[in-house]
Write a protein of this length. Structure first.
Length: 327
């Protein structure tokens, strides 16, 4: 999909097409191999130019490799499924007392991994301990936040020196399946100022902000917009399509994460109806909508094909079919 359409959709400036994409996890390539290669080659509108047979299906990097990985903060990631993401199993700041001696990494290279702020706190402390911190609000909570935020702001200056494109992408999963992990009020008190500082600095340099964030976040999407998010990447199932229409449509561009919990179990027809409904309710001729689908190895090839076909079909929906919303 042309970058120009993405920018026009973000700016509500009448893109030619709804920007669409499909993400295939390394484990999905490992499972389907040549068959997936041929599928990708059939859909250049989604995947772009593709050299069939050129991919190493077993190529996996970073924390998607089976085994243990230690990051720059000292968090240990354990992977038991090659080609899928790992999870943190060792938290280097297990007690509040340990927060007092926490030192930020010496590496400042402009790299912002997924989970740079809230998830970083959880990785350092452990989820249960961090939730107790948010509930009890000891001084160590703000100390921990300040340490991570200060590092992020230093790292951001390096990123801004070398980033030449308008849009800067960040990823931090703020929600759980049906709720935020803390009250919206606690989030606004402790975490909203962090994102406002980071994203505000980007805007000072003329950049726009793309934010990926999994889980239920609908209550704080208006806050993220206030923080400077220009494109939000929420999950449809965790937030609800109608809720996203209410808080996002006409206010912020949405790169909607289509229902990856549906894809392994549904029919191709159900996929078509799912994507059609999203476009009818959340799309508009002015823009404000991108669509993306992530396919894990539990998604049948037939359904991956159906996702691609439906995205190709409905990416031009607003140029060919009148909206049925409200009819």
């Amino acid at each position: 999909m042309a970058t120009d359409d993405r920018m026009k959709a973000m700016d509500f400036d009448y893109p030619e097409y709804i920007p669409v994409s499909v993400s295939l996890l390394p484990a999905t390539w490992i499972k389907y191999r040549e068959e997936l290669d041929e599928l990708v080659a059939r859909h250049p509108a989604i995947f772009g130019k593709h050299g069939k047979g050129e991919r190493n299906y077993d190529a996996v990097g970073g924390t998607y490799v089976m085994g243990n990985h230690t990051d720059r903060w000292g968090c240990v990631w354990r992977n038991i499924a090659h080609g899928m993401e790992a999870m943190v199993t060792h938290h280097p700041v297990p007690t509040r007392q340990a927060v007092h001696s926490l030192k930020a990494p010496d590496i400042i290279d402009g790299n912002f991994p997924h989970g740079f702020m809230y998830l970083r706190l959880s990785d350092l402390r452990g989820f249960e301990e961090l939730m107790l911190d948010f509930a009890e609000e000891p001084p160590e909570l703000q100390m921990l936040i300040d340490t991570v935020l200060e590092y992020n702001l230093k790292n951001l200056e390096v990123l801004l020196q070398k980033h030449t494109q308008r849009l800067i992408g960040f990823g931090d999963d703020l929600g759980m399946q049906t709720s935020l992990p803390m009250s919206p009020e606690k989030w606004r008190k402790y975490l909203k100022p962090c994102y406002a500082k980071i994203y505000g600095r980007c805007h000072e340099e003329g950049h726009s902000i793309y934010m990926h964030t999994d889980g239920h976040i609908v209550e704080i999407i208006p806050d993220l917009i206030e923080c400077g998010v220009n494109v939000i990447n929420p999950q449809i199932r965790a937030n609800g399509l109608d809720n996203l229409v209410e808080v996002c449509k006409g206010k912020v561009c949405v790169n909607l994460d289509l229902d990856r919990q549906l894809f392994p179990f549904c029919t191709p027809k159900e996929i078509d109806l799912h994507i059609q409904e999203v476009v009818e309710k959340l799309g508009s001729p002015e823009g404000g909508l991108w669509l993306t689908a992530e396919c894990a190895p539990d998604v049948p090839l037939e359904n991956i094909e159906a996702i691609c076909v439906a995205l190709e079909k409905y990416r031009s929906y607003w140029r060919t079919t009148p909206c049925t919303e409200g009819s």
